[in-house]
Design a protein around this ligand. Structure first.
Ligand code: NI
Ligand code: MN
Length: 226
């Protein structure tokens, strides 16, 4: 089976491979772009980049219904364990091998407080080795020079926020693509609220001119293969 990435709006994606179905940052309730309901989405693992509501989202009910295991930082994993859910949590810089592949938590310059004010640990992104593909999910982050290090992993697809305000904006996203040198740059975290309204087509055009990557814009419900 080829790896397939499906967008659900904001920073929510499904990635299907032969071994597992991964769901990223399952913000569906309240996500103006969501194409799927939390009671219908399928997952074996739910990867959560940080505790903000637009990333933690519907993770608890989805994990409870599907039996999916949560993968995140140690604090969010502890929170999930307290809810009676299966969770794997560790820290930025470390990696863990799963039956489907390897997951490394990467640096994300961002907050991670839960809605109730409790500490959500350190925000992260993910580097994922899945079948013969390398996927980088940046999470919510500022542009960081650490991205130049990740280029050594020969990334097939980099999922990058372009919304500005809460994360890097269009110009820094183009620089991130220059740093990461992925084969494809998949845009996320825009147009779900007025504060992060962006012209994704213009960002894609800039990426096409300024980098060697293939820019990818998915409408919610659309998929790509790396
Ligand atoms: Ni956030
Ligand atoms: Mn966010």
């Amino acid at each position: 089976m080829t790896v397939r990435i499906t967008f659900h709006g904001h920073a929510c994606f499904s990635i299907e491979s032969a071994a597992a179905r991964l769901l990223f940052d399952p913000y569906l309730t309240g996500n103006a772009m969501a194409d799927v309901k939390p009671e219908d989405v399928q997952a074996d693992y739910i990867l959560i980049s940080h505790a903000h509501h637009d990333h933690l989202g519907d993770a608890v009910p989805i994990a409870r219904r599907t039996g999916a295991a949560v993968v995140s930082n140690a604090e969010i994993a502890r929170y999930m364990t307290e809810q009676g859910l299966q969770a794997y949590g560790w820290h930025v810089g470390g990696a863990r091998q799963f039956p489907f592949g390897k997951v490394k938590l990467t640096i994300a310059h961002h907050g991670s407080t839960f809605a109730d004010g409790r500490d959500g640990g350190t925000a992260c992104g993910f580097l994922i080795w899945l079948e013969d593909k390398v996927i980088y999910f940046a999470g919510d982050t500022a542009l960081t020079v650490d991205m130049t290090l990740y280029s050594a992993e020969h990334i097939d697809v980099a999922m990058l926020p372009i919304g500005d305000y809460f994360t890097m904006g269009p110009e820094d996203a183009v620089r991130a693509v220059q740093f990461l040198q992925p084969k494809s740059a998949l845009l996320m975290h825009y147009n779900t609220s007025a504060l992060i309204a962006q012209d994704a087509q213009a960002v894609a055009a800039h990426i096409a001119i300024a980098t060697t990557a293939r820019p990818v814009i998915l409408k919610p419900g659309e998929s790509m293969t790396p």
